[in-house]
Design a binder for this molecule. Structure first.
Ligand SMILES: Nc1ncnc2c1ncn2[C@@H]1O[C@H](COP(=O)(O)OP(=O)(O)OP(=O)(O)O)[C@@H](O)[C@H]1O
Length: 240
């Protein structure tokens, strides 16, 4: 653990209805980096993100964000502490407009001018959203919905973005754009990202660190480029 680590997870145990899915997850993510969590179906990747964002209460273990132990911090406060979760399926509200969806992400902000600035920044980042600000969520394409979900998280100016399967259902071109955007955000704003992906190659192409999960544990951590290019490592941990 070092001062530069934004997220430190130790011995995290969590699951559903008393049956653990995570059996002691250890993970460290340095600030301003992207970590890709990969692994077989059912390894516990989504459960890890749900536990970090407070949707699931851990049975044991520690989560430290920017030096602060999050044990006992109520779920609604986690957003203020800088945690933003874009769940699988994205959670865009179809009956609300683009702008209303975005405002949901900044509701907790008391400082109105700052919230308005954050909204403008998101429109600059995602020009198609600016053009469709009065469209309803369900009128958007899959790629636009992905932008909206990301934009809604960014309106809260998070320190840590938890991103679950952003490539799901998107065309390869849109996936590549999303990955490029994550890299740009990391480089320009120092955003830290924990990215869960089935699309292992794209995830490892954008990430700094690759984290392999199996059966509820982190089984290896390596620089993403090594995990992507080293055939032995790939065969051993990723099966391709
Ligand atoms: N809401 C739930 N209630 C009960 N069990 C669940 C629930 N969600 C997931 N599980 C179980 O937890 C285990 C881990 O699932 P999880 O979704 O975290 O894995 P994953 O690595 O994200 O895989 P996938 O890519 O398939 O989503 C699986 O055995 C799954 O059946």
């Amino acid at each position: 653990m070092s001062d530069g680590d934004l997220l430190v997870v130790r011995g995290l145990v969590a699951g559903y209805g008393g049956a653990p899915v995570l059996h002691g997850v250890d993970l460290t993510v340095p600030g301003g980096t992207i970590a890709a969590v990969v692994g077989a179906n059912g390894a516990g990747k989504t459960t890890l993100l749900r536990t970090l964002s407070g949707m699931l209460r851990p049975a044991a273990g520690r989560v430290v964000l920017a030096g602060e132990d999050l044990r006992g911090v109520p779920v609604e406060r986690l957003v203020r502490r800088g945690m933003a979760h874009v769940p699988e399926g994205r959670g865009v509200v179809g009956e609300l407009t683009v702008e209303e969806n975005l405002r949901l992400g900044g509701l907790w902000r008391r400082d109105r001018p700052d919230a308005a600035r954050a909204l403008d920044e998101v429109y600059q980042l995602f020009e198609p959203l600016a053009r469709r600000r009065r469209h309803l969520g369900h009128q958007l394409s899959g790629g636009e919905r992905q932008m909206l979900a990301l934009g809604r998280a960014l309106v809260g100016r998070p320190r840590l973005l938890l991103l679950d399967e952003p490539s799901l259902g998107l065309a390869p071109r849109v996936v590549a754009q999303t990955m490029a955007l994550l890299r740009r955000l990391r480089d320009r704003t120092g955003l830290t990202v924990l990215l869960v992906e089935q699309n292992v190659r794209s995830a490892l192409s954008v990430a700094d660190q690759g984290v392999v999960m199996s059966l509820g544990r982190v089984v290896t951590t390596a620089p993403a480029a090594r995990l992507r290019d080293d055939t032995d490592l790939r065969h051993a941990y990723l099966g391709f």
